[in-house]
Design a binder for this molecule. Sequence first.
Ligand SMILES: C[S@@+](CC[C@H](N)C(=O)[O-])C[C@H]1O[C@@H](n2cnc3c(N)ncnc32)[C@H](O)[C@@H]1O
Length: 268
Amino acid sequence: MTSETGYLLDNRQREAGRRFDALAELFDPWTLDHLDQLGLTAGWRCWEVGAGGASVPTALAERVGPTGRVLVTDIDTSWLTALSGPATGPIEVRRHDVARDEPPGGGFDLVHVRLVLVHLPDRAEALRRMAGAVRPGGWLVVEDADPALQPLACPDERGSAEELANRIRRGFRALLAERGVDLAFGRTLPALLRGAGLRDVRAEGCFPLTSPACRELEAATVRQLRGRLVAGGLATEEEIERHLDHLRGDGMDVTTAPLITCWGRRPE
Ligand SMILES: C[S@@+](CC[C@H](N)C(=O)[O-])C[C@H]1O[C@@H](n2cnc3c(N)ncnc32)[C@H](O)[C@@H]1O
């Protein structure tokens, strides 16, 4: 196996679109509920970091309206092209590496990032840059996975299908760890946000135990990584086919890694 670094789940692959749709279905209501509770409203200036797909930026634009601003950035903006046109209101899409490129100026009422930092080797620097882009009194909201908090694909391992799913999930975690992903990152967010100078820090976890979107996310992830799983001796082609077959039915309860949502305010 190689020990490459970089983002494992490359957006250029076809499965990326399916993963973004499943992530939106699983987590957008949770995410937007939290942003609404922080007061997200007309006129706010927002920076959506590592947006992936269009769903969160679109929801932000609906809330901030024509007097607000939604800056949408990602290292790969290929799933955001529908957002960059004259009819897209307050949205601006920019290719941007949050760990390396100069953060945008202007002072944002809200900086939001979901499921990005865990993949970055220089995640502390990225966090510092995002915190620095929040205006005094504004909010930084960071959401990230904590796969070690609940490492199983099927916590109810009641048969061979669930056992196989858990084995393949272990393989996926091994690939992530090999890329420098911190598998216990989510739980560290409150201390990190306080360390970045934020106040009123709070955090909650989201843990969908089973749903069609959980199965779709699992299937898209496994199809995207099947070559690496097989090359690394973490699963055989036959096992992957069998697992994908199980995921097509609705008899297997598959979960995601817990998502930790953490927010804090920059002091006035
Ligand atoms: C797992 S996806 C999450 C997408 C979206 N935030 C969501 O929750 O549905 C991770 C996203 O982070 C982006 N990304 C990875 N490294 C990045 C970096 N250094 N700067 C900005 N975006 C990055 C990827 O291109 C991808 O779109």
